[in-house]
Design a protein around this ligand. Structure first.
Ligand SMILES: [Zn+2]
Length: 276
């Protein structure tokens, strides 16, 4: 499932490839993912330009010209298929949920397994788009810093640190892949209550979280997710500290990594470095 680093990579590639283009057609073979009837969505998008692209949690938001927005969410997993004008390779897949064509002949198809969304927001409607308006800031937002992170932690003393990291309404874009190694980096058991964390532990968690996200972005995102050009990311198992490494030695102390249940998710941790 794509998380923040993958979204950051996509948004960057959207800015390089899609921004500046005008939409000529919008097809939705499976209209379930839409927030308006397909003909209304097509009429809204056709003729609009793409002004900017950015990530918002696990959403990709395209700002349109002269107005409005297109919001994309690949749900539990999926990919984009982008084809440059005239390119013979990388034809769109046979099955897709949504496809845009642009005035220069390029095409962008979206395919997702389930829970994906293609939503439109007209001018002034973005703030009322409940699924994105309710999201917290991303840890990589320019206005996020350690001081704000400390305040977010201090406001929720009874929350467990793992559920805090995964709560999209608090901090957007982190899923189970990227929540585990920051906890190891800050030597925190996932069930620790935020109120029990020392200021140094909170700062260590922030630094570790940012570090893990930036490391993945630098490598193009997760090794099993494809970018806009169909290339796999470079952030693989060998880059994880303890995530998905049950039984392997902790890189810090050598103790065997364990996998435990934490609410609805599981967490890999070092039983020596991350005591409750
Ligand atoms: Zn350890």
């Amino acid at each position: 499932m794509p998380e923040l680093p993958e979204l950051v990579v996509w948004a960057r590639q959207f800015r390089a490839e899609i921004v500046g283009k005008a939409i000529t057609t919008a097809e939705t073979p499976q209209p379930k993912c839409l927030n308006a009837p397909p003909d209304e969505v097509a009429a809204f998008l056709t003729g609009r330009g793409v002004k900017d692209a950015r990530e918002r949690g696990k959403w990709l938001i395209l700002d349109l010209a002269p107005d409005g927005h297109l919001l994309l969410n690949l749900g539990m997993g999926g990919d984009f298929h982008y084809r440059r004008p005239g390119a013979r390779s990388a034809a769109p897949p046979e099955k897709y949920q949504f496809k845009l064509t642009f005035s220069d002949g390029s095409e962008l198809a979206l395919r997702f397994s389930w829970f994906g969304y293609v939503h439109i927001a007209r001018s002034g409607e973005l703030a009322r788009h409940a699924m994105t308006a309710s999201l917290g800031p991303s840890p990589l937002d320019p206005d996020m810093d350690v001081a704000r992170f400390r305040r977010m932690v201090a406001a929720r003393p009874r929350r467990s640190v793992k559920s805090f990291l995964l709560d999209q309404k608090v901090l957007a874009g982190i899923g189970n892949v990227y929540a585990q190694d920051p906890l190891w980096g800050a030597r925190l058991h996932p069930d620790r209550q935020l109120g029990s964390l020392s200021p140094a532990e909170v700062d260590a968690l922030w630094a570790s979280l940012r570090g893990v996200l930036e490391r993945s972005i630098a490598k193009g995102g997760l090794a099993y997710e494809r970018d806009l050009y169909g290339n796999l990311g470079g952030y693989g198992r060998e880059d994880y500290d303890v995530a998905y490494r049950t039984g392997e030695p902790c890189p810090r102390c050598g103790a065997a990594v364990q996998k435990i249940k934490t609410g609805a998710t599981s967490t890999h941790l070092c039983p020596e470095c991350q005591k409750l």
